[in-house]
Every structure is written in structure tokens, then in C-alpha cells.
Design a protein around this ligand. Sequence first.
Ligand code: PLP
Length: 431
Amino acid sequence: MLHSNLSVNEMGHLTLCGADTVTLAEKYGTPLYLLDEDRIREKCRTYHRAMKTYFTPDSRPLYASKALSFRGIYRLAKEEGMAVDVVSPGELYNALSAGMDAADICFHGNAKTVADIRYAMDNGIGLFAADNAVELERISAYAVEKGVTQRVLLRITPGIDPHTFDAVNTGKVDSKFGSAIATGQAEEIFCYARSLANIEVAGFHCHIGSQIFDEKPFCDAADLMLTFMVSLRDKYGYTAEILNLGGGIGVRYTEADPYIDIDDTLRLVGAHMHAICEETGYPMPQILMEPGRSLVADAGVTLYEVQNVKTITGYKSYAAIDGGMTDNPRYALYQSRYTVVNASRASDDADFTCTVAGRCCESGDLIGENLTVARPEVGEYLAVLVTGAYNYAMSSNYNCITKPPIVMIADGKDKLAVRRETFADMTACQM
Ligand SMILES: *Cc1c(COP(=O)(O)O)cnc(C)c1O
């Protein structure tokens, strides 16, 4: 199967880390998000081990929690010694309510409001990834008011397009995030931040993109960032304590995607950086990385019940399910490719080509087109694989459809982590 946590049991049912998905669909109802907790923990440990070994002993991963945000995942992150990224006060609230320490949280975003900044600082946020001058002024003003010094990283755009595998001076320089090295604005914001009261520039941050399948773009980004940092040292005598290389390690959604070895990728990036530091005499900074997708995506499977199957004579076939773009908008948004399996008959030949259609009143509400599955019967369960990232996190109540529950599986046992939303939950804010 696509990933080692997926298999088929003697009844021909799809299993996720040994748990029978059909049994779970019957127990909890559908649509249903399943999450292999053991796999997420294993990934956290891989990142930790690799970063300490190949970068510096104090280097560490931060879970980019926009990929999947609920209390249980923050508790897990805390247990695994992870720091976390948040991009809104809501994510921060969620992390804090799960018992995360604010000192271990980095607050991202390109449009932080005064209220966001105050809320984060009142809770003792460890780091801001500061995007722009207005934000820095706001942080400084509130730090002065509170009589504290706030640590920040400056978000820099190194000018890398990870999908052409070239360092370019256009493209990614043109971004809503951060300040570009190529235009001189990265140096300007550095000088500006250093001139502000009660701000400590702890280092720099970059995030070059997502679904990256080899080490080259990370090495290129590290090159550009370290070159920039060396130039600041030579000019201003400043040495950065932290370099945050962002997230973006790719995940295998279909057989057409490659497989990327996280440990090996980090080993190569680490060797590359140590070499540059040696050459330039720059002390190797503490490295932070921010994996989101690669920590949680392949731990997830979504189960749906098939409601009907129709074949338009001379055209194609549709399998309609009891969920869709409200729980997984990624095909509608980006034509993202998924692997779909008939979970009820996972050992049968996948010889039926169809479009899997959601239940919304919206033609674009599809999970995928030209998918091949064992011909589904009404009442069977379809499993969409690798849905742990950016599915629940991007879910909506369009058409007043309630959000599915999340069931986590650990050590062979299933437990409800997020209950199914009720109609009362959904309408609770309405006067
Ligand atoms: C989205 C994002 C991440 C996580 O990216 P993945 O591709 O999910 O690993 C990390 N850092 C920043 C700043 C991001 O915006």
C-alpha cells in the first residue's frame, strides 16, 4: 500500500495501523477522520533525533499546527517535546488550552493585529516570526508598555522557487510574506528592528514552500540565508543565535509521488550548512524547522459511506459520498490528487474508474476525478488516504454540514479526540 501503516485484513477491509476501518466507520459513523497517533509520534522523534544529530544539540522541530489543530494534537506535541507554530490567536488559544507552554510557541503571520500581539505577549509568547515594520513597531510599543524584552525572528524571503529548484531573483521574492534579500529590504528591516526599543532579534526565518521532495531547495535556502547572515556580521558585528528554515518536506499522496526520507534529507542539509559555517567562520546557529504536512498527513484517513453510484451513458461514472469539500476542500481549491480505496473490499481489484463527488450543491465539490477503486456498492465505505494535514484544519460548515469527528488510534486502541459537531454546535453563535 501507499504507506506502511495501511494494510488489508482477512475480511478484505482496509486497516490503518492494524485497526479495521470498516469496524470504526460502523462504530463512529461517517464521515470520519482517523489518525494514526503512533505514526505522528514516530515522525516527531525522527525530526528531533535528526536535527540534534545533524545540526546542533539545541536544534529542534516546531510543529506547524495550522496543518491540523485540535487539543489532542497539541497535547501529543507537548509530550513529544515539540515546540509549535501558530498563525492566529485562535491557534494560540487552542495550544495554550491543551497545556502547551507559551515559551515554546512561535507566532507567525503577515497581518498580526494589535490585539493579536497583545494577546500573545500577555500569554508570554516565546517568539514572533515578525513579518514587517508595522508589526515590529507594534511589538516594540507593547514591550515598552509592559517593561519586557520580546524576542523575534525576522521573516526573510531568500528568493527560492522550490519547484524550479533554482535560486531566482523574481518569483518568490514577490511574496506577501517577509522581506527580500535581493531588494535590500531584508537588511533594512534588520537595521530597523535593531533600532527599536525592547526588541531582541534572535535570528531569521524563511519558509520556501511546500511539497518539497529533496534536500536541494533547503540547501539553496540555507546558502542564501547564511550568506546574508555573514554579510550582517561583517557589516554590523551581529551574529544570529537562531536560523529557522521553515517547513515544506513533501508527502506521498499517490503512487506518482516520490518517497522522501526525512532523516537523510536533514543529514544532507546539515552537512551542507556545517561546511558553509566552517568556510565563513560563522558559528553554526540553532536550527529550527517547522514541519506541518510531513508530521501528520500520512497518519490520516477519511472514511465516507457511498450513497449512490451513477454512470452517465457514454460519459463517466460518479460515486457520491456523505462528505466532500466541507471536510476536504483540497481538490476544489488546488486539484490536489488523492488515493481512494474501497475500504470494504480493499483486496478486490481497483478496476472501476470514477469521480468521487461530495454532497454539496456545488459541481466543483469533488474529492477527485479518474480515480480507480473496486466498484463501490451503496453502503460500502470509501477511504481517502493521507488526509491528516489541511483537511480538518480547512473544513467548513458550507451547506450547514456539520464537521466530522476525529478518532485517534494508539497502541491498537481507538479513542475519540474531537466529537462530531452537532446542529446545536453549528448554530450556537446565531442570535
Ligand atoms: C505552512 C507553513 C509551514 C508548514 O508547511 P508544511 O508544508 O505543512 O510542512 C511552516 N512554516 C510556515 C511559516 C508556514 O507558513
